[in-house]
Design a protein around this ligand. Structure first.
Ligand SMILES: Cc1ncc(COP(=O)(O)O)c(C=O)c1O
Length: 424
């Protein structure tokens, strides 16, 4: 029976029973973490043999003869550009390889556009005092952190199962102060949805008032499927080619969740016009990124097929964890009518909406019981979830046993927060 159909006496009884259960859980002294989407030790071990591959092969020479032990090659060695281009579905000439972090490249890109005009004749973004950025919600907290740092007013755009609501986007881009939009188009962080063909086509067809409007196409989870049934995403550059909008998107990815977060290879892809501006910054910023790491990655995978095969091993580790999360939510919460959640086919998160007005309380109760979750509100600009309902669950890191315990705690806390509110 759903909580909304409980009598008030039933609700009070339920609250007292849950409080007792909660005290029992607290006394177990748990210390569990479902806060951030980091690979588990088992996943990290999958790439361990990459670490000494160059030493074993006693060869650090790239295919064009570059000695990767030395300075130089600002945009990456050719075989690594090819690998990352295949991953993104673009041509290698559109790709620049960076350091270990795609978030870093996104920050750099916005920083560059703050200082230099994106399009000749338009002022650099930093000279636009009322600059704004579109933020599909729920979204990735670190994206919002970047645009907050650069003093953009962040405009939340609601999403549904197909991606951002494009009627809203099309209306908002009529404002010339709106300079860009964050997108995680595949297995979005945190909602797990992938943008539909229609949404991708409508993004590609945007005609923003700002000539220098850019779409930050963060394809962080482009090959992060959990099983054989996968989401298919249209290629943004192909769609933009058709609409004459090739300068609109700037795409990012990395191997952080393929090999080692913090020690992977990051890449971006962009049109010739965008790349010219961006490389003109990088050429002052660095003599060249870590070519040994690029070479290690290429030798480890061989080619994109090798990379995809490697991702299947990750999926085997991740799939049972996602199953635990959705099964527990199904079994323990659905009947009470106080949650809705996604069943993602890839990515790193399960996005749960608990009863309106209780997300903060659920996170607080979980913390008290020894389970650490991403802060409520983190998935919204300025940390403000207007309904106080969204919670991001990251199932990748804990062991299966710990995850199972953590989800039991979560379910008790979600119920307790709901009946506390209903009895208040
Ligand atoms: C959507 C998204 N983009 C970027 C990142 C960070 O990527 P990187 O490690 O390449 O900086 C993450 C990490 O969780 C993410 O979820």
């Amino acid at each position: 029976m759903q909580y909304k159909d409980y009598s008030s006496q039933q609700l009070f009884e339920e609250r007292d029973a849950l409080r007792q259960k909660f005290e029992e859980i607290k006394s177990m002294g748990l210390k569990l973490n479902m806060a951030r989407g980091v690979p588990s030790p088992d996943q990290l071990s999958l790439s361990l043999s990459m670490l000494d591959i160059l030493y074993r092969e006693a060869d650090c020479t790239a295919e064009d003869g570059t000695d990767c032990r030395n300075y130089g090659v600002m945009d990456g060695i050719p075989e690594c550009k090819r690998l990352m281009a295949d991953m993104l579905g673009v041509t290698p000439d559109m790709v620049m390889i960076g350091g270990n972090s795609s978030l870093n490249m996104m920050f750099d890109t916005i920083s560059c556009f703050m200082n230099k005009p994106v399009v000749p004749g338009c002022p650099a973004w930093g000279l636009v005092p009322d600059r704004k950025f579109l933020c599909p919600v729920p979204g990735y907290d670190r994206h919002f952190g970047v645009t907050e740092y650069f003093d953009f007013e962040m405009i939340p755009v609601p999403m549904d199962k197909n991606g951002p609501i494009m009627d809203v986007v099309e209306e908002l881009v009529k404002d010339p102060a709106v300079k860009g939009m964050w997108c995680v188009p595949k297995y979005s962080n945190p909602s797990g949805i992938s943008y539909s063909d229609e949404v991708v086509r409508r993004i590609a067809a945007l005609k923003p008032a700002a000539k220098d409007f850019r779409v930050m196409w963060d394809n962080a989870y482009c090959i992060h499927d959990l099983g054989d049934e996968t989401d298919e995403l249209l290629n943004i550059f192909e769609e933009c080619e058709k609409t004459g909008n090739i300068d609109l998107p700037i795409e990012f990815c990395s191997t952080s969740k393929i090999t080692f977060p913090g020690s992977g290879v990051a890449a971006m892809a962009a049109s010739e016009n965008n790349m010219r501006i961006i490389k003109n910054k990088y050429k002052f910023q660095t003599i060249g990124y870590d070519k040994l790491n690029m070479l290690r990655h290429v030798r480890f995978f061989g080619d994109f097929e090798g990379m995809k095969a490697h991702m299947k091993k990750h999926a085997d580790v991740l799939r049972p964890r996602f199953e635990i999360v959705v099964n527990k939510l199904d079994e323990n919460l659905k009947d009470y009518g106080i949650v809705s959640f996604n069943r993602p086919r890839g990515g790193y998160f399960v996005c749960v909406d608990v009863m309106d007005g209780t997300a903060k309380r659920v996170v607080e109760l979980c913390k008290e019981a020894g389970v650490n979750l991403t802060g409520a509100g983190a998935t919204y600009p300025y940390g403000k979830d207007p309904r106080d309902s969204n919670i991001r669950i990251a199932p990748s890191f804990p062991s299966l046993e710990d995850l199972s315990k953590a989800m039991d705690v979560f379910c008790v806390c979600a119920r307790l927060a709901a009946v506390e509110k209903l009895t208040a």
